[in-house]
Ligand binder design. Structure first.
Ligand code: TMP
Length: 209
């Protein structure tokens, strides 16, 4: 399945970081954005509306969304994120590095929640008006390292069991293998600087940014 296509209309490039919990995405997204002069962003919750949606999706207390409601709430966050942040920034000629994007919905909702990647891709395409990533960087760490890095589950989805998180990681590997032109897998087990260098080299090679 082709989960990404080059955004010919956009002037800046869109790069997403993906990975399971505690893979080091947030740090690596920030370091890459600083290095290439990109706008750093994240999902869910980068806009004011999105911040409300993030609480609805991730709070362990309060009403619990069904899997389908969760997928739609996250898609609504993405729609707002694209319209308010990503699209205007790309159109202004600045690259965007986002900590999570469509790949997260495919892995978490499509595969781990078993809603189906075709269905999730369809709602993501609607939400983004077809804006796909130029490159998705998958940071891989083994589950032992991820558990060590993660102090305690801080949200409803993090608190899912090991089976769920195993399906997420397997899902990511499958997505990356199916679309090697738009996904690059980076070993996230080294120290922060080593991983940052590997990410930068891979992004430069693919996108020449
Ligand atoms: P974060 O911890 O990286 O901020 O991500 C918040 C949680 O939201 C994380 O457990 C993964 C989940 N999530 C999805 O399930 N689907 C999505 O499409 C996105 C963007 C996040």
């Amino acid at each position: 399945m082709n989960t990404a296509a080059t955004n010919t209309a956009a002037k800046g490039r869109l790069i997403a970081f993906e990975g399971g919990e505690a893979a080091g995405k947030t740090t690596q997204a920030r370091l890459l954005a600083e290095r290439i002069g990109a706008q750093l962003s994240f999902e869910p919750g980068a806009t004011e509306l999105g911040n409300h949606i993030r609480s609805l999706v991730l709070n362990s207390s309060g009403p619990q969304p069904t899997a389908r409601a969760e997928a739609l709430l996250i898609a609504a966050d993405r729609a707002q994120h694209v319209a308010e942040v990503i699209r205007p920034t790309l159109d202004g000629g600045t690259h965007v590095v986002t900590d999570r994007y469509i790949g997260s919905s495919l892995a978490y909702q499509g595969i781990a929640r078993q809603l189906g990647t075709t269905e999730i891709l369809a709602i993501s395409e609607f939400a983004t008006a077809g804006l796909t990533c130029d490159l998705t960087v998958l940071l891989e760490v083994d589950s032992h390292t991820a558990l060590q890095r993660q102090a305690a589950p801080s949200d409803r989805i993090e608190a899912e069991g090991n089976g769920f998180h195993h399906r997420v990681m397997q899902g990511y590997r499958t997505l990356a293998a199916q679309d090697p032109k738009h996904w690059v897998v980076i070993n996230g087990m080294g120290n922060v600087d080593e991983v940052a260098e590997a990410v930068y080299v891979a992004v430069k090679e693919r996108l020449n940014v």
